[in-house]
Design a protein. Structure first.
Length: 202
């Protein structure tokens, strides 16, 4: 490939930032797009439309069209499943379809290393959802990591301090210590949800 083409170098750099892609893979993808102009144009238009019209809901953290109400404001469930990321939400939803519940995407986990980032998590929005709706159970489906445990305890304390009398549960120990949710298979997630236990008995 010819060097000193800033546009190509920037494209490869940006593609290489995507999860699981290194410079070689990013280069192959960039060249594939350049060799298929129609595909490149379609991708460009799609990315522009997503950038313009799609955003995270400030209430539940799910994706929504910015000109429409989010589904969390139109359909109510008695259970809310709390997850770290949109990726985790999709994984859980696809694995445990039989569970009638709404989702709440925090947008990350609490970490002492990033106080500014912690303030951006949708934990206050979760407390508000519980207060404003007839919720009888919160399911904490967070990774079995140190950050996941800290976040679980913080959410439990916030619910208790708000005098909200609801059931709080967490995934059963089918998830191993240190395991992130997106690395668990369907069988493990189904079992972890089915055998979930109280999060306030620890």
């Amino acid at each position: 490939m010819q060097k000193n083409i800033p546009e190509m170098e920037e494209l490869i750099r940006l593609i290489g930032k995507l999860p699981g892609l290194g410079k070689k893979s990013a280069t192959r993808i960039a060249l594939r797009l350049i060799n298929n102009r129609e595909q490149l144009k379609s991708l460009t238009n799609s990315l522009a439309a997503v950038y313009k019209n799609i955003q995270r809901c400030s209430i539940c953290g799910l994706l929504k069209n910015k000109d429409r109400m989010c589904s969390c404001s139109e359909k109510y469930f008695q259970k809310i499943c709390v997850v770290e990321s949109l990726e985790d939400q999709i994984i859980v939803e696809n694995s445990v379809r039989s569970q009638a519940m709404s989702f709440h995407v925090l947008g990350g986990l609490i970490s002492d290393k990033s106080l500014k980032r912690n303030e951006e998590l949708l934990i206050p929005a979760l407390i508000k959802r519980i207060k404003n709706n007839s919720i009888n159970e919160i399911i904490l489906a967070l990774s079995y990591t140190t950050e996941g445990a800290i976040t679980c305890h913080y959410i439990i304390d916030e619910i208790k301090n708000s005098n909200l009398n609801i059931k709080i549960s967490k995934l059963a120990q089918g998830m191993s210590v240190g395991q992130e949710l997106n690395s668990a298979d369907d069988g493990t997630l189904i079992s972890a949800f089915k055998n979930r236990k109280s999060a306030t008995d620890d």
